[in-house]
Design a protein. Structure first.
Length: 59
């Protein structure tokens, strides 16, 4: 049960970071996190950008 609370708090923290980007609202930030899942699987930002297809050369 405590692990669920920790995971929920981590998601909230990630959402707050996303929402600090101009144009990202609660709704769009939640959708981004739902699609990505655990952002910690990406060793660096370029990996996430490449995975998303925004800049395929960043793989």
């Amino acid at each position: 049960m405590i692990n669920q609370h920790i995971e929920k708090q981590q998601k909230q923290d990630q959402l707050q970071i996303l929402m600090s980007i101009y144009g990202i609202s609660y709704k769009s930030g939640s959708a981004i996190l739902a699609e990505i899942g655990d952002v910690n699987v990406f060793p660096r930002p370029k990996s996430l950008v490449g995975w998303s297809g925004l800049a395929p050369a960043c793989l």
